[in-house]
Design a protein around this ligand. Structure first.
Ligand SMILES: Cc1ncc(COP(=O)(O)O)c(C=O)c1O
Length: 393
């Protein structure tokens, strides 16, 4: 970048970067012939009933190609509120407490820009989802890391307590967790809720992977804790559990007063979520659910497959078995310069895309994150290549 441009840029943009999750596929595209365990995309196509609903609306409904109401289509807000009531025991008011956003990402951004400013600290369990940190920096706040337990990637409430200072404004929690696939224990989450209440800290609850758990274990959500609700912002996504990553739709829950503030950011940033995407989200929520249940079952099979393949690479890679989302952190058991070098070598020498663990914080160093959102054949090919590569080291 030229020195002239650099001096004219905002401090905000200079301190953020594009995450490694997006960078690695771009490097791999230049190398060619790679299979991907990289970006977090479930491989499933948009289900036919969802496609049909959107096509029908675009042909027949004059409103389908236009802006919706700024906080979202009323019918979708009602369906979202029903989901909250059914799954999180949260009596959500669709008109006052729910807003549809451009993916979970824009919901998170509305939360961050509403709560955080210069001098504010946000506690982030680490390893972390990189965009959480970039958004805190974008709001000119300070991320403060609370390491997850290294033995099982569990939530370490003592580490969160130790990170609290008088400047702590919020803590961000995501379970099932990206990048570790951990599902935090209910007791730990309740202890965190107590801490938040004691210190008056906002809790941003990123439930992007809420329905994607395995081994018959449901993820406990802090949205289900009534005492916490005045401090809570809930962020949801249609991307993963409904396989709608490209449609860019999610929703936010917060008490009315707080949601009204976040809606100012939503208005300035996006006006409204894309209406065709909202129609897709409504069809996903209100139509048949068996197709989505089948996706979860398929992801569990892929989880079993990648774990079996990694187990067979013992001595080269070790891992903690994930119980949710579709990620596993594979730790190199051989000497590596750093995780970025490892990921770049895997791209160039093994033709496998992974994400360097260091991109998720210091606890991720020495690891690469593998996504098992891809089809089984892709996982098999990638693991064949990784195993052959690791064997000849
Ligand atoms: C933890 C987490 N939160 C939020 C998001 C954003 O999801 P979207 O904007 O597609 O809803 C992702 C995407 O990977 C994620 O992993």
């Amino acid at each position: 970048m030229s020195a002239d441009l650099e001096t004219r840029l905002s401090r905000r943009v200079k301190q953020i970067k594009i995450s490694a999750t997006k960078e690695m596929p771009m490097i791999a595209a230049r190398v060619g012939g790679c299979v991907s365990l990289g970006q977090g995309i479930p491989s499933f196509m948009t289900p036919p009933h969802v496609v049909d609903a959107v096509c029908r609306a675009l042909r027949e409904d004059p409103a389908a190609g236009k802006y919706s109401l700024q906080p979202g289509m009323p019918a979708l807000r009602v369906a979202a509120a029903e989901l909250l009531r059914a799954e999180k025991d949260l009596p959500a008011d669709p008109e006052r407490e729910v807003a549809i956003t451009v993916g979970g990402m824009e919901g998170l951004l509305c939360a961050m820009l509403t709560l955080i400013g210069p001098g504010d600290e946000v506690i982030v369990p680490e390893p972390f989802y990189p965009s959480h940190v970039e958004q805190i920096l974008m709001a000119e706040g300070t991320p403060v890391f609370a390491p997850l337990r290294r033995s099982d990637w569990g939530l370490d409430v003592d580490a969160v307590a130790a990170a609290i200072t008088p400047r702590t404004k919020a803590v961000i929690i995501s379970s099932p967790h990206n990048p570790t696939g951990a599902v935090f224990a209910k007791a730990d989450l309740l202890a965190l809720a107590e801490l938040a209440l004691k210190h008056g800290i906002f809790v941003i609850c990123d439930d992007t992977y809420d329905a994607l758990t395995y081994d018959n274990a449901a993820a406990f959500s802090l949205m289900s804790v009534p005492e916490l609700r005045h401090l809570l912002i809930g962020v949801f996504s249609f991307s993963k559990r409904f396989a709608l990553t490209g449609w860019r739709v999610g929703f936010l829950w917060a008490r009315e007063e707080l949601l009204n503030q976040m809606l100012k950011i939503h208005d300035a940033a996006a006006i409204c979520a894309p209406t065709p995407a909202q129609i897709a989200a409504l069809a996903s929520l209100s139509g048949p659910q068996d197709v989505f249940a089948a996706m979860r079952v398929e992801l569990e099979k892929r989880r079993d497959l990648i774990c079996a393949r990694l187990t067979a690479m013992a001595g080269r890679f070790s891992f903690v078995r994930p119980h949710g989302a579709f990620y596993v952190m594979a730790k190199a058991e051989f000497s590596v310069l750093d995780s970025r070098d490892l990921a770049l070598r895997l791209i160039r020498e093994a033709k496998v895309i992974t994400i360097p663990g260091g991109a998720f914080g210091p606890g991720g160093e020495g690891h690469v994150r593998l996504s098992f959102g891809g089809a089984e054949a892709e996982i098999e090919t990638a693991c064949d290549r990784m195993a052959a590569w690791a064997n000849q080291l």
